[in-house]
Design a protein around this ligand. Structure first.
Ligand SMILES: [Zn+2]
Length: 417
């Protein structure tokens, strides 16, 4: 966002009220923080005043809210507070909480935005952490899907769809600057349906919900009378929630998946063991049949880890299948085999690998566990089981987000071209 210095606040400011899910009364206090600290919550009501950084690794529960921390020190429903932090482009901040959940207030981000304005956002020193996305990618999680593309500014284009007469299909596109956020997104309130109240209460959620802190909808319209702040207040609020959850890269189920994917995409800038140039030196495959993007780990001649980023631009998605893109299983195995080829070629280090090519001789125990779709990053881990002469056996497993998508035992040999 802001390419300049890091930002914190000049003085403290507080808001207090009841938490939406816990119903507990909590005061949230914004305090200046040293450059480089990041956004850190502090539970001042607990012994030892545990600190919980606003980071993806701390995300605990994502049902109907974003919670961070563990066990007794969990903090529920951080997304509205964090949306205000993001809107003010603040990098370093301490947030003291006297209870387990920042107050829901009127259900919008506005009270937090105003409190931070009062605290005086100010530039400090050091470089802000800016995630740069090198190329467009997509993420899907449950009913939500996201498309992330490089841009000069932060712009959220959001479409939501709910089968309700006041919502239906709503779309909006919002450039995020402190001024635009204050005008277009901050006042938009969270919303819920009377039909869901009992089920959510049974799960121990929404203990603090009332018609004063959310738009409450019944089958026909607004359950509690009153007026919407905009006809499309719903999509505006969802845009604000996404912004809040994205703070955790440096909500809700889908948004957190997006934040993780963003972090990964930005991390791809890190130094690989073998980049695409080196891979193309070793493998004879070329577009559209080169299916390895990067080798990230090599343990001698025993083990190798390679990455394949799957995007909607893969040529095979045009026909496999129109409107329902799934990576062909045989190509997942082909990608795995190419990573295996990199391991096998390692045996010929120092020799002229251009004269050699890997032939695969057999595949056994091939299993496809899960479909691979655009936005997935496949991590192939291969182990050498046996190597004799010019023939080897390898065991390979492909993972997406830590879950196995495919596995196979492979036998291959190196032949001269
Ligand atoms: Zn929300």
């Amino acid at each position: 966002m802001s390419p300049g210095a890091r930002r914190s606040v000049r003085k403290k400011a507080a808001v207090s009220g009841t938490g939406l899910h816990t119903g507990a009364r909590t005061e949230a206090t914004f305090l200046p923080a040293p450059a480089g600290q990041g956004i850190v919550f502090c539970r001042v009501d607990l012994a030892g005043k545990p600190q919980i950084p606003a980071r993806l690794s701390e995300v605990e529960a994502v049902e109907r809210r974003t919670a961070i921390g563990k066990g007794a020190s969990t903090i529920h429903t951080v997304e509205h507070l964090l949306a205000a932090v993001a809107a003010h482009e603040i990098d370093d901040l301490t947030v003291e909480l006297s209870g387990p959940e920042p107050p829901i207030l009127d259900g919008s981000v506005q009270p937090y935005f105003e409190a931070l304005e009062h605290a005086g956002p100010t530039e400090t020193s050091g470089e802000p952490l800016v995630l740069t996305v090198p190329a467009p990618f997509t993420v899907s999680e449950g009913d939500s899907s996201y498309i992330v593309a490089p841009a000069k500014e932060l712009r959220l284009t959001v479409t939501i769809e709910w089968p309700h007469p006041l919502i239906g299909r709503q779309a909006g596109s919002f450039t995020v600057t402190p001024q635009a956020f204050a005008r277009e997104l901050a006042p938009a309130r969270t919303f819920g349906f009377t039909s869901e109240v009992a089920a959510l209460q049974a799960k121990g959620l929404i203990k603090g919900a009332s018609s004063a802190n959310a738009i409450v909808l019944d089958e026909r319209g607004l359950a509690n009378g009153g007026e919407l702040r905009w006809p499309d207040e719903f999509v505006r609020h969802k845009a604000a929630d996404i912004l809040g959850d994205l703070v955790l890269t440096g909500g809700h189920g889908g948004n957190i998946a997006l934040a993780r994917a963003l972090t990964r995409a930005a991390q791809r800038g890190g130094a690989p063991k073998m980049d695409i140039g080196r891979i193309m030196d070793v493998l004879p495959h070329r577009y559209p049949f080169l299916l390895v993007d990067r080798i990230i780990e090599v343990e001698g001649q025993q083990r190798i880890v390679g990455i394949k980023n799957v995007t909607i631009n893969e040529p095979f998605f045009q026909g496999h299948f129109p409107g329902h893109p799934i990576m062909p299983g045989v190509l997942i195995i082909e990608a795995m085999a190419q990573v295996g080829g990199m391991l096998l070629m390692g045996f010929f280090e120092g020799q002229n690998v251009e004269d050699k090519v890997v032939y695969f001789m057999s595949l056994d125990n091939v299993k496809f566990r899960r479909p691979v779709v655009p936005g997935d990053q496949i991590r192939f881990e291969l182990e050498m089981v046996q190597f004799r002469g010019k023939t080897c056996k390898m065991k390979g497993v492909g993972f997406v987000d830590g879950q196995v998508v495919a596995e196979a035992d492979m036998m291959a040999s190196v032949v001269d071209r």
